[in-house]
Design a protein around this ligand. Structure first.
Ligand code: ADP
Ligand code: ADP
Ligand code: ZN
Length: 221
């Protein structure tokens, strides 16, 4: 299965992606995680990425496509691929199609996790993550066992630099303007299934809906 996971910032893509990968075994590629790792490494490319990410703007397509094309080539396996956070513009979706085409491969489905703006702001302002293993928590909804410490690593959780209310508004605007049109792009493709899942439910219910949807999709492949 080769799946694209979409949805506004904070909808729960990363949280659900981890669960789907545990269940279905495909490789998980998160553009945000890849970019944050590059940024943390302090390379010239990382500094360039930070300029856009910290302002809540999308990284230019050319840079994104170059990084993600390499990651996809080294990651795509028979067990499949779950793309999380990429593509985020129609130009990126076209580049992905061209790359898969060339390799004789194709996408099987696009899954959109939905959430409204108030929920998104609440989720993102409460998001915390482990600087060592990357596990994501929420101060109210998905709390660590011990106050502000990672369950696995026992280190202090941190907040992402772009998870402030001001930057969230920018990211939401970017989503509405540049990423929403990607959904319409895929809906116009006859061989790609599009599935919508209500992300404004408790995490386990969202997972159950996603698993049901993907199992259905598998039987139709
Ligand atoms: P969220 O979890 O809030 O959806 P991500 O972790 O996916 O955010 O992305 C964080 C930031 O990284 C984005 O705001 C953007 O600056 C950059 N980014 C990630 N993926 C892409 C992409 N496909 N195209 C352009 N910019 C991206
Ligand atoms: P995305 O990758 O789409 O930006 P995340 O998976 O990082 O979203 O989730 C954003 C925040 O919301 C995190 O703090 C996460 O723990 C929390 N969260 C995720 N799913 C739910 C849910 N269904 N209900 C409440 N909080 C959630
Ligand atoms: Zn950890």
């Amino acid at each position: 299965m080769r799946i694209v996971l979409m949805g506004p910032p904070g909808a729960g893509k990363g949280t659900q992606a981890k669960r789907l990968v545990d269940k279905f075994g495909m490789a998980h590629l998160s553009s945000g995680d890849i970019f944050r790792a590059e940024k943390a490494g302090g390379s010239a490319l990382g500094q360039k990425l930070a300029e856009y990410m910290d302002a809540g703007q999308l990284v230019p397509d050319q840079i994104v496509v170059e990084i993600m094309a390499k990651a996809i080539t080294s990651c795509d396996s028979p067990a499949g691929l779950l793309l999380d956070g990429f593509p985020r513009t129609v130009a990126q979706a076209e580049a992905l199609d061209a790359q898969l085409d060339q390799a004789g491969k194709s996408l099987d489905g696009v899954v959109v996790i939905t959430a409204d703006e108030d929920e998104i702001v609440e989720r993102i302002t409460g998001r915390r993550s482990c600087p060592d293993c990357g596990k994501v928590y929420h101060v109210k909804y998905l709390r660590p066992q011990n106050d502000n410490l990672c369950d696995k690593c026992n280190v202090q959780l941190v907040q992402r630099a772009d998870d402030t209310e001001e930057v969230i508004r920018q990211r939401l605007a970017a989503y509405n303007r540049q990423t929403e049109p990607v959904i319409a792009y895929y809906r116009g493709r006859p061989n790609v299934q599009t599935l919508f899942v209500n992300g404004t439910q408790p995490p386990d219910n969202v997972t159950a809906d996603l698993v049901r949807g993907l199992e259905q999709l598998k039987t139709e492949m």
